[in-house]
Design a protein around this ligand. Structure first.
Ligand SMILES: [Zn+2]
Length: 422
C-alpha cells in the first residue's frame, strides 16, 4: 500500500463503514478497515495482554474466529520494551498475528493493576478516604499530576513516567492498528469533584495525544497508519459523560480528530446501558466505539444494543484458567466432581476445537491434575463462546431478530448461572 495514503488519512488505511443501523436501538453492523485487515462489527476482541493470549497459539485464536487482538501498552513498555516491538516490525509481526491489533494506552494499568490499587480496593475499600486511592498518600505507587503519571514498575520497582506524549510514543512503537489516548482512569470510589478534575485532565491530555500522534504519524510515514481513539470518562454521572462525549467527539487538534472512541473508566454495571447510551447518542455516528474491559455475556448484549461496536475483556481467558467455562446453560467449574464421569462436551452446541474433541470428564481430569493443557483447552472454548455470541448478535441485527436472540440466550444462560455471574 502506498504510505502517502496513510499520511493523509486516506480512508483505505483506516475507515468504518456502517452496513446496517437497527431501527429499534442504537445498535449497528459495520466494518472497521485497518491496514492489517477488516473487523466485522459488532466484534469481541480477545485480550493478549503481553503479546500472547495466555496458553493459546495465534493460529488457534484465528481458528476460533478472533478477528483482532488487544494488548497492553503498559506491560509491553516494561517488558520487553516498546523499542523491541518496533524493531520486530510491530506487535502483530512480533507475536505472529497477521490480523488487526489494538493497544490500550496504559493509563488503566498504571493507575490500577500496576500499582496494586485494584487489589487494595477489593480488600479494604471502606477504610480509604475516597481520593486517597489516587491522590495524597505518599506510599502509593502512582502519582498523578496535570502533566502525567509517575509510577513504580510492578516487575522491579523501577520508577517510570507516562505522559500523553510518552503513551503515544510507546503505542506508535508497539505499532497496533488501533490505539487509545492516554486518560486518567478513576474508580467508582472517587468523589464527584475528583471525577471532574480527572475529566478535565483527560481532555487536556486528549489534545496532547492528538498533537503527538500527528507528529509521530508524519515522522513514521513509512509505517502503516495507526488509528487513535479518544477515551470517554465521567464515571456514573450523566452530565460528565455527556460533556466528555460532546467535547471529545468534536475535538480537533493539529488538523486531526479521533478516529474512534473508547468508553472507559468506572462503569457501574447496573447502569451500563444508560451510561453507554448517554455517550453514544452524542458521539459521531460514523466513527467506531469500543467498550473497554467489558465481556460478560449479559453485558455484551447491553453494549451492542446501546451502540458499541467492539469489546475487549480478559475475563474469558482468566476464568478459563480457573476451570470456569461459559455454556448456553450458564457458567460452571469443570473441576467440580460432578463432571468426573461426564463424557459430553463442555457445551454440546459449541463448535470449538475443545468441544468437538474433548469431554467434560477429560477437562475435569486435566484441571484436577493441573495439566497445562487444561488452560489451553478451556481458553479456546471460552474465547470461542464469546466471539461467537457477538457474531450471533451481528447476524441477528442483520436478520432483524436481535431482541429474540437476547431473550432466548439470557433466559437460558442467566437461569443457570444466577449465582456465578461476574
Ligand atoms: Zn467449546
Amino acid at each position: 500500500m502506498n504510505n502517502l495514503e496513510f499520511r493523509f488519512g486516506n480512508p483505505l488505511s483506516f475507515s468504518f463503514d456502517i452496513k446496517h443501523a437497527d431501527s429499534n436501538s442504537l445498535a449497528r453492523v459495520g466494518t472497521i478497515n485497518t491496514p492489517h485487515g477488516p473487523i466485522q462489527t459488532p466484534a469481541f476482541i480477545p485480550v493478549g495482554t503481553k503479546a500472547t493470549v495466555k496458553s493459546v497459539l495465534p493460529e488457534a485464536m484465528a481458528d476460533l474466529g478472533a478477528q483482532a487482538l488487544l494488548s497492553n501498552a503498559y506491560h509491553l513498555y516494561l517488558q520487553p520494551g516498546s523499542d523491541i516491538l518496533d524493531e520486530a516490525g510491530g506487535l502483530g509481526e512480533f507475536m505472529n498475528w497477521p490480523g488487526p491489533t489494538f493497544t490500550d494506552s496504559g493509563g488503566f494499568q498504571v493507575l490500577s493493576l500496576g500499582v496494586g490499587f485494584k487489589k487494595v480496593l477489593a480488600m479494604d475499600s471502606q477504610t480509604f478516604r475516597r481520593d486517597d486511592v489516587i491522590a495524597g498518600n505518599k506510599d502509593r505507587l502512582a502519582h498523578v499530576d496535570d502533566e502525567g503519571v509517575t509510577f513504580k514498575s510492578h516487575l522491579d520497582g523501577s520508577m517510570h513516567r507516562f505522559t500523553p506524549e510518552v503513551s503515544m510514543q510507546v503505542q506508535h512503537q508497539i505499532g497496533a492498528d488501533i490505539m487509545f489516548a492516554f486518560d486518567e482512569c478513576t474508580t467508582l470510589h472517587n468523589t464527584r469533584p475528583y471525577q471532574e478534575l480527572a475529566m478535565d485532565r483527560t481532555y487536556a491530555w486528549a489534545i496532547r495525544c492528538l498533537d503527538e500522534h500527528k507528529r509521530l504519524t508524519d515522522e513514521r510515514a513509512t509505517k502503516p497508519y495507526q488509528a487513535l481513539f479518544g477515551v470517554i470518562q465521567g464515571a456514573q454521572y450523566e452530565d460528565l459523560r455527556k460533556k466528555a462525549a460532546t467535547e471529545l467527539g468534536s475535538l480537533q487538534s493539529s488538523g486531526q480528530s479521533f478516529d474512534g472512541f473508547g468508553i472507559g473508566g468506572a462503569l457501574d454495571k447496573g447502569q451500563l446501558g444508560k451510561i453507554v447510551s448517554w455517550v453514544n447518542e452524542i458521539l459521531p455516528d460514523n466513527k467506531p466505539r469500543h467498550l473497554l474491559g467489558i465481556g460478560a455475556p449479559e453485558d455484551l448484549f447491553v453494549g451492542v444494543e446501546n451502540g458499541c461496536d467492539t469489546f475487549d475483556c480478559v475475563l474469558a481467558s482468566r476464568i478459563a484458567r480457573t476451570s470456569a467455562v461459559y455454556t448456553m446453560e450458564g457458567r460452571f467449574n469443570l473441576s467440580n466432581s460432578r463432571f468426573k464421569r461426564d463424557f459430553t462436551p463442555i457445551d454440546d452446541e459449541c463448535d470449538c476445537y475443545t468441544c468437538t474433541h474433548y469431554t467434560r470428564a477429560y477437562m475435569h481430569h486435566v484441571f484436577r491434575g493441573k495439566e497445562i493443557v487444561s488452560a489451553t483447552l478451556a481458553t479456546i472454548h471460552n474465547e470461542r463462546f464469546i466471539v461467537r455470541l457477538v457474531d450471533q448478535m451481528r447476524q441477528a441485527l442483520l436478520d432483524g431478530n436481535f431482541a429474540d436472540l437476547k431473550e432466548q440466550f439470557l433466559g437460558r444462560y442467566l437461569h443457570r448461572s444466577g449465582q456465578a455471574r461476574d
